[in-house]
Structure formats: C-alpha cells, structure tokens
Design a protein around this ligand. Structure first.
Ligand code: SAM
Ligand code: SF4
Length: 349
C-alpha cells in the first residue's frame, strides 16, 4: 500500500461472509457498477442538460466510503466492478481508489476492474490504470467528425479523446468503443465508425438512447432503433452471430468484412432483463437494483450510521431482496418525457 492509499485502511475481504447475493428471481448478483461522481467535463446532448446542478461534496461518498461499499459487495460474491459516472476520471484522486481496489484483483476475489470513460483524461491516466490491474475499458465516442463531436458533447475536443484512446492502446488496455445511435446526428456515420474501430483493433458497441432524465431536447427525434441500423448494415456486410459475451446486455456479431466484433445494446427493442446480474451504486451511495426502475436503497445512511460491516451486509441483502424482474422503458409520441427523472450520469449507464 503506498502513502496516498494508506488512508483507506485495510478493508479487505476476509471479514465474515454472508453468502452470495441471489435475488428473488434466482439471479446471482455478480456485477456492480459504481458511479464515482455526478460531474462531467462534457454535456452530451442525450445525457445531460447544458446547465446541470451538481451535488454538494458532503452528499457524495468519499473515496474511503466507496471502497468500503465496493469491498462489501466483493465479499458477497461480486466478481466484476465497473467505475463510471459522470466522468470517473474527473473525480479528484480517483486513481488512488482504483489502485486500492486493485488489491481485490491481486487476492483473486475480483475477476475484473474496469471503467467507462469519455476518454478526455485518458492520456494522463492510461498507464496508471494498466498498472492498477485494469485490463479493458469502454470509451464513449459517437462520431469521428470534430464538429459533430463538439455539437454532441456541447463543447468537447475530439483530439483529446483520440489521444486518450491511443495512450490506452499503448498501455496495453483493450478498448471497446461505445457509440450511442442518434437519428440525424451520427446515423450515416455508423459504418465508418465501425470500420475505424475495427481497423484500430477495438470492439465497438452501438447503444440505443434511453429515456433517462431531462435533457432540454426531444427524445423521440433522437431515438434510432438498432433493429433498423442492423438491417441497413446487413445490406452491405455479412454479420455473423457471435457467442461472445462480456456478462453485460450487449449481443455481438462478427463483421465478416472487417474481422471485428460489433455489439448491440437494445433496451428498447429487445428486453434483456432475464439474465440481469448487476446492480448500480450512485456517488451518493444510493443502490439501484434496476437501471429502469425508481426503487433504491440508501447505503450512505447505513455506512454513515455504523462502522459495522455486518449492518452494511444486512442492508445489501434487504436491497437485493427487492431487485425487480425488469424495466419498462418506452419512447414513442405519447411518452416523450423521461421515463425516469434521473439522468444516466447519476447511475452511470
Ligand atoms: N462519462 C462516461 C462516458 O461517457 O463514457 C461514463 C458515464 S456515461 C453516463 C456512460 C454511457 O452512457 C456512455 O456510453 C453514454 O454514451 C451512455 N449514455 C448516456 N446517456 C444515455 C442515454 N440517455 N441513453 C443511452 N445511453 C446513454
Ligand atoms: Fe458526460 Fe458521459 Fe454523460 Fe457524456 S455521456 S455527458 S461524457 S457522463
């Protein structure tokens, strides 16, 4: 443990074990996503409003508190951990949290520690991530056109992201590109994005927009069903079904012509809840048992009230006993507002 990390203490995974986390539908919760901050240096039009009010610091879990909750889940059988946000790499000292969480990889308690990032801060952190045991990361990128990038993110510079991706590759990180399919914005660029990603050796996953949070815009006009995108790609390319799974909701094909892997995440056209193995923790310590439902558990109150991990364990058990069967997102002309008031940046996608 280095000096920066020493303030975390020794919250390992050897405390008494309460057994694996299994929900009422028999699904084993083995994957935790943590949004480490609600802040971001970009304002993607489908994700945030231009003027966002971010949370005051006291409401946000400290790095020590995030580590404590993550370690409790790992003790209960979570094998994969993804850090997200907001933008995880804009949180101050986030690298010390990542380095410290790396101990669970070393002990074998955790199979994977990863993150989803917009890539803007990646150039300076890529080597540190690799050193901490991170092996693959998701980088969100919706276009390769600098002007379009600026328009979609409201002020981002694409060069920063591309430099970040280059640094990640140089550090030996496996990069998956996440691209939100947006009608009228990147619709016609999707084939060239796929060619670019595969040419660089990256997987790429297309994502449908989800109706989360108020965004100062019309969601019906942004929504582009991936069934439609896939059908038009199949007119030019041979898409071969791939058994590849990353434990998430993406379904993959291999594009015969490029040799690369292409994923589809289709929360709206195809429901993937049956195999859901995940829960999500916000930066305020709220545990959402489903991305598409409001029900949640306040773990911040639990950890701030007691240092006893047995109390935290019981709160986690109680929350998992409430994991719902699935979500019911709808986007159509009659349901144009957000299905849920919270933004994706709160739960981290
Ligand atoms: N800032 C990081 C990033 O952009 O990768 C991590 C957080 S971001 C909320 C995680 C993912 O959610 C990104 O790939 C983003 O494109 C996606 N996302 C955000 N809002 C969305 C929405 N309303 N529908 C679908 N995907 C969304
Ligand atoms: Fe920030 Fe990611 Fe949301 Fe874009 S998608 S505004 S980068 S949190």
């Amino acid at each position: 443990m280095d000096l920066i990390d020493s303030h975390f203490g020794l919250n390992g995974v050897d405390a008494p074990v309460g057994g694996p986390l299994v929900d009422p539908f028999g699904r084993h919760v083995s994957y935790l996503r943590i949004s480490v901050t609600d802040r971001c240096d970009l304002r993607c039009v489908y994700c945030m409003a231009e003027h966002m009010t971010f949370l005051p610091k006291r409401e946000v879990l400290s790095l020590e508190e995030l580590d404590r909750v993550a370690s409790a889940f790992i003790r209960r059988g979570v094998r994969r951990l993804r850090l997200t946000g907001g933008e995880p790499l804009v949180r101050r000292d986030v690298m010390s949290l990542i380095r410290h969480l790396g101990r669970h990889l070393d002990s074998g308690a955790l199979d994977e520690l990863t993150l989803t990032t917009n890539g803007t801060q990646l150039a300076r952190h890529a080597a540190g991530l690799a050193a901490a045991g991170v092996r693959r990361i998701n980088v969100s990128l919706d276009t390769l056109d600098p002007e379009k990038f600026r328009a979609i993110t409201r002020w981002g510079r694409i060069e920063q992201v591309l430099e970040g991706i280059t640094a990640a590759k140089a550090a030996g990180l496996f990069v998956k590109i996440n691209t939100v399919a947006l009608r009228g914005a990147n619709e016609h660029e999707i084939p060239s994005m796929i060619e670019w990603a595969h040419g660089e050796g990256h997987d790429i996953t297309l994502i449908e927009t989800m109706p989360l949070g108020d965004i100062d815009g019309d969601r019906t006009s942004q929504y582009l069903p991936l069934s439609q995108v896939r059908a038009s790609l199949a007119e030019h390319w041979r898409l071969e079904e791939s058994p590849h799974r990353t434990g998430g909701p993406a379904r993959y094909v291999r594009v015969k012509e490029t040799g690369g892997r292409l994923g589809f995440i289709t929360p709206l056209t195809h429901n993937f809840c049956e195999a859901c193995n995940r829960v999500r923790l916000t930066c305020t310590g709220t545990l959402f048992m489903c991305l598409g439902q409001e029900d949640a558990a306040d773990l911040r109150a639990v950890i701030r009230a007691s240092d006893d991990d047995a109390v935290l364990d019981r709160a986690i058990d109680e929350a998992i006993s409430r994991k719902p069967k699935g979500h019911d997102f709808i986007i159509d002309r009659d349901h144009n507002g957000p299905a849920l008031a919270r933004h994706m940046s709160q739960t981290g996608g």
